[in-house]
Design a protein around this ligand. Structure first.
Ligand SMILES: Cc1cc2nc3c(=O)[nH]c(=O)nc-3n(C[C@H](O)[C@H](O)[C@H](O)COP(=O)(O)OP(=O)(O)OC[C@H]3O[C@@H](n4cnc5c(N)ncnc54)[C@H](O)[C@@H]3O)c2cc1C
Length: 407
């Protein structure tokens, strides 16, 4: 009979972090990870384009939570217990130095996710965590159902039965496990993708992939969804934080619209009227110059050219020639340009699934189920997800750490 004190289902980021911290605190307990793959930590491996964006240099809990479209309120308490600073210290103590990039993202100084994987595998070995691969969990039964007086849980994999008294679910966004949890009475918020880029076919962005507008505002027409930040034009549409944030905050709404909707972009973060005033002044100042060759508002030249064309001007049009209608058209293109989104694409650096165990069923002091004692959750299995930047892993580290503390 396979009897363990603590079983962690899922050998990903949260599973390893929980197992290592539990085993370190309790060297006398038998701690085992059941991982369905022949290797674990596969998402860590590919994360951050192979560099693993471990966390983010945001050290104020009330600011950090603002990056979680789902989980903002619930994570505030947990972040007061285990934060980004604690993550940095945890890794440093184990010989993994992290560095901060200009945008706040933090990576191992080696720029390799293998450093994180090696650290976890070494720590797991050091603290005698048993990592059992090729063990896909098919069934979870509670003591009440098994009439087993000795063990709280019976876990069934394709190869056999495992028994334990404390069970940690760290299976990420796995629909089969969500089904099993529903069987145990938990409610699961429906899963939809988050962190994706927008597919847009439009002459204004045709043939200019790689162009970046540094600070734009984007609204989803007919909704409250809004974001700001850099915007990148890609081969198939638009990406970068302004878009990715919208995809995260709008994950549910945009799925309902089947990823077909309009966005309105303000490329220069000025009102239409202010922009029009500025354009009128430029008409005086730059009268003899061509509009085409005098890009304004720090916009990349290639994007400026496209917006000029879309406003009905050609390469020879001079500022002095602009009539009121053309000035208004240009102001409109600069401050309220509407684009039709038709579908989404995967953002290869990072993606997550919104949805999972309903947050009202989790005790956020311990990450224990409110329905079943001794059943814990960590990572993406619960209905928490974040914008891009290392925040998703931070959720995994924080949850897993608090589970280990509670246990
Ligand atoms: C391409 C990509 C890049 C990313 N980059 C970043 C990044 O740089 N920074 C960041 O913060 N976030 C990133 N993320 C998000 C981050 O990877 C996840 O939020 C994080 O891995 C969640 O950790 P987890 O342990 O909850 O789930 P996972 O890491 O998905 O681990 C779950 C584990 O459970 C196992 N499992 C599932 N079902 C069963 C079962 N029935 N029985 C046994 N085992 C099972 C799986 O095989 C897996 O190993 C990225 C995601 C992707 C897809």
């Amino acid at each position: 009979m396979n009897v363990k004190d603590i079983i962690i289902i899922g050998g990903g980021a949260a599973g390893f972090f929980a197992a290592i911290n539990i085993a370190e605190r309790h060297p006398n307990l038998k701690v085992a990870i059941l991982e369905r793959g022949k290797e674990g930590l596969q998402k860590v491996k590919v994360s951050g384009g192979g560099r693993c964006n471990v966390t983010h240099a945001e050290f104020v809990p009330s600011e950090l939570v603002l990056n979680y479209p789902r989980g903002e309120k619930e994570l505030l308490g947990p972040f007061h217990q285990f934060m980004t600073g604690d993550t940095i210290e945890w890794f440093e103590k184990r010989g993994v130095m992290l560095k901060i990039e200009d945008d706040g993202r933090m990576f191992p100084i080696t720029d390799s996710s293998q450093t994180i994987i090696d650290c976890f595998l070494n720590e797991a070995k050091k603290h005698k965590v048993e990592v059992l691969y090729n063990e896909s969990v098919k069934q979870i039964a509670l003591r009440d159902d098994t009439n087993d007086v000795d063990h709280h849980f019976k876990v069934e994999t394709q190869s056999g039965l495992f028994y334990c008294n404390k069970l940690v679910i760290a299976t990420g966004s796995n629909p089969k496990i969500w089904k099993l949890l529903e069987g145990l009475g938990h409610s699961i918020s429906p899963a939809v993708p988050s962190l994706f880029t927008f597919n847009i076919k439009d002459d204004r962005i045709k043939d200019i992939p790689g162009v970046v507008a540094q600070n734009v505002e984007v609204k989803v027409v007919g909704s409250e969804l809004f974001s700001e930040g850099p915007l990148l034009i890609t081969h198939v549409g638009m990406s970068a934080p302004a878009i990715l944030k919208l995809s995260a905050y709008g994950a549910i709404e945009l799925a309902k619209r089947d990823y077909k909707f309009e966005i309105e972009i303000n490329f220069i973060k000025q009102s239409f009227d202010d922009c029009l005033e500025n354009l009128k002044n430029l008409k005086q100042e730059l009268a003899k110059k061509t509009v085409f060759k005098s890009a304004q508002f720090d916009l990349p030249k290639r994007l400026w050219h496209k917006l000029i064309q879309a406003s009905g001007m050609d390469q020879e049009t001079r500022w002095a020639d602009l009539n009121r209608h053309q000035l208004e058209n240009l102001s409109s293109q600069l401050t309220q340009a509407v684009f039709q989104v038709d579908g989404k694409s995967t953002f290869k650096e990072e993606f997550v699934t919104a949805g999972g165990v309903e947050l009202k069923e989790v005790n956020f002091k311990t990450f224990e189920s409110k329905l079943h004692k001794n059943l814990y959750f960590a990572g993406e299995v619960i209905n928490v997800d974040a914008v891009t930047g290392g925040f998703n892993f931070q959720n995994a580290w924080t949850g897993a750490y608090l589970v280990s503390k509670a246990i």
